[in-house]
Design a protein around this ligand. Sequence first.
Ligand SMILES: C[S@@+](CC[C@H](N)C(=O)[O-])C[C@H]1O[C@@H](n2cnc3c(N)ncnc32)[C@H](O)[C@@H]1O
Length: 215
Amino acid sequence: MGRIAMLMNRAETLLVNSTPRRWLQRFYEIQVLLRFGGRLLPRARALEIGCGSGYGSQLVLERFGAGRVDAVDLDPAMIERAGQRLARYGDRVRLAQGSATDLRSALNAGDSDYDAVFDFGIVHHIPDWRAAIAEVGRVLVPGGRFYFEEVTAHALARPIYQRLFDHPTEDRFTAEQFIDELAHHGLVVLGSVTRISGDYLLGVAAKPIPARSDG
Ligand SMILES: C[S@@+](CC[C@H](N)C(=O)[O-])C[C@H]1O[C@@H](n2cnc3c(N)ncnc32)[C@H](O)[C@@H]1O
């Protein structure tokens, strides 16, 4: 597979789409992200990278209150599933197959096009994960927010991950490296980051509004 491609294997697809995972996302992850970053304004334009079957985008609309969501996934089968789940939202949702590392090609996304970007456990799947963070920084409007839930190198090195799932093996990130990369693209963590045993991190980072120079 190429440098941008790392699809989920069967075991991970089953896990990600399982009821326990949905519950975890709805009753824990979303609560943490809402506590750090709050709800969006009613007309907010949101983007979900690596949307999988679209459950996260549904939560972005219903729990975060986004006006509309664009969602991208590398796997065409996932985009098809997401299309079925999200059909009822009509033109509030736009789906595209493509890579989070090149949102211009995938969605024709320009600079500062989004008020919020959501990452529910996808950046660790991307070999060139820094390119995905750079894209998040580019497409966010000043004042916009990046809501993230990620899996670290520490988790990916665990025997259970190695046995069951397929992930890139090189250049994975610790929580600190992920946060450093956000800073490298001008994204400032709001408050603190929730870390779970060095394996997972959840938080929200903002793209600052440039100070006005009056004079
Ligand atoms: C662990 S799943 C998470 C799916 C979804 N966010 C969720 O929480 O249910 C990772 C997803 O990222 C997608 N993916 C992997 N590499 C990608 C890339 N470069 N750009 C966009 N999506 C990607 C996979 O196809 C998969 O749907």
